[in-house]
Design a protein around this ligand. Structure first.
Ligand SMILES: NC(=O)c1ccc[n+]([C@@H]2O[C@H](COP(=O)([O-])OP(=O)(O)OC[C@H]3O[C@@H](n4cnc5c(N)ncnc54)[C@H](O)[C@@H]3O)[C@@H](O)[C@H]2O)c1
Length: 327
């Protein structure tokens, strides 16, 4: 079956994912909804979709099998919950919820309704990350004992809602750090996190827990069961000397694998395997990875998939983020 989909929130990423699904041909882009009628009308016209009201989609009043949500982050959980409650499968942008409690509530509802939920953790779908996954899984770098995660976006987000906690749910940790915490959690097979310490900053000043300000710089350390340590640094607006610095390096007892963005790009990544001073390139750009998570979800929906508990790793990651925010 070719599923019929509605897209809710078609700003930058919603439109990008809609076009990716349309190009893939795995689903019909039937409806488009956004609180900005101008935005929705223009995006719907690009693929010949029908413009509808947001509530009509989330209440199940239009004939679709699934909904793709790409609205401001703090709205995701409530919108996903409504869609699942209306019997729809959901593909949601990250984060699924502002915290572990919201993620848990959405997935409990999806489990009860037996609906497929996907979260667009797009970096899992890089060819470079697949190559690293393979090496780690085969024991190619031995036991991983140290991980360095870095995601600096030197522009900072240009959308107005990002610095409004009621809409964003937080700053660079929930926006950028989440991708790399998810990668580490996934590539290491869901390790226990025994301790978390962090420092959060806004414009160079510490952000106390519970503050209304959103962090634009974060440094965190995760201590894993077994003694491995994960260091995370992420930021918006860092004077980084280039557009972005993105990296995830896993050091093991017999080598390392490293993901790095190329020349400050947000889109081009290289994976390398390191032995002492030697480097072996595993994957080079180009690799058009952006829409893969949503397309994979749509394919599974078309194949009749219902709830898949694998998605519950987002709750583990949300718990880690909760601890980064609380410490
Ligand atoms: N997976 C990734 O790699 C990735 C990359 C970028 C952004 N994102 C996520 O995608 C989401 C959207 O980010 P963006 O950069 O596209 O933002 P954006 O501001 O460009 O788009 C958001 C859209 O949602 C619409 N909107 C606002 N409130 C709404 C509501 N109540 N119902 C329906 N539509 C509503 C806005 O009008 C806008 O068109 C965020 O959660 C962000 O974290 C994910």
């Amino acid at each position: 079956m070719k599923p019929r989909l509605a897209f809710v929130g078609v700003g930058w990423i919603g439109r990008d994912r809609m076009l990716a699904v349309d190009r893939s041909g795995v689903a019909d882009v039937a409806f488009v909804a956004d609180t900005s009628i101008e935005v929705a009308a223009a995006v719907a016209a690009e693929v010949g979709a029908v413009l509808v009201d947001v509530d009509a989609v989330l209440d199940g009043a239009v004939a679709v099998d699934g909904v793709v949500i790409a609205t401001p982050s703090a709205l995701h959980a409530e919108q996903a919950m409504r869609a699942v409650g209306a019997g729809l499968a959901v593909s949601c942008q990250k984060p699924l919820g502002r915290d572990a409690a919201e993620c848990t509530a959405v997935l409990a509802a999806a489990r009860r309704a037996d609906r497929l939920v996907g979260v667009d953790l797009s970096y899992r779908h890089l060819a470079a990350v697949h190559a690293m996954h393979e090496v780690i899984r085969e024991g190619g770098i031995g036991d991983v004992y140290a991980v360095d995660l870095v995601f600096h976006n030197a522009y900072g987000p240009d959308r107005s809602w990002s610095t409004d906690r009621r809409l964003s749910g937080g700053g660079c940790v929930i926006d950028l750090g989440i991708h790399l915490v998810d990668l580490a959690h996934w590539l290491l097979g869901g390790p226990e996190v025994v301790a978390v310490t962090s420092r959060l900053f806004a414009r160079g000043r510490p952000v106390p827990p519970g503050s209304e300000a959103v962090e634009d710089h974060a440094v965190a350390r995760l201590d894993l069961g077994g003694g491995a340590v994960v260091n995370l640094a992420c930021s918006w607006f860092l004077p980084a000397g280039r557009e972005a610095v993105i990296g995830a390096t896993f050091y093991g007892t017999s080598g390392a694998v490293s993901l790095q963005n190329v020349a400050g790009s947000f889109y081009d990544f290289r994976a390398e395997r390191w032995h002492g001073t030697a480097r072996e390139v595993l994957v080079e750009p180009p690799d058009p990875w952006g829409g893969r998570a949503v397309v994979a979800w749509a394919e599974r929906l078309g194949a009749g998939a219902g709830y898949d508990p694998d998605v519950e790793s987002v709750i583990d990651v949300a718990r880690i983020l909760d601890r980064i925010y609380a410490s």
